[in-house]
Design a protein. Structure first.
Length: 54
């Protein structure tokens, strides 16, 4: 006999999707950090300096 789990609620699905999106975003930022050799804060600061120079 198979045991079944109760269907997840909308709130649980929303939270699971949110957690998955955050994990994916972290992976993307980590990959970008490796590619550029800079952290997100360093990239933002460089962008601010470029804009201020114009």
């Amino acid at each position: 006999m198979k045991t079944t789990q109760p269907a997840p609620t909308d709130a649980q699905l929303h939270e699971a999707r949110r957690q998955n999106a955050l994990a994916q975003l972290r992976r993307r930022y980590e990959a970008l950090d490796k590619l550029t050799g800079q952290t997100a804060a360093e990239r933002l600061e460089a962008q601010r300096q470029r804009r201020a120079a114009h």
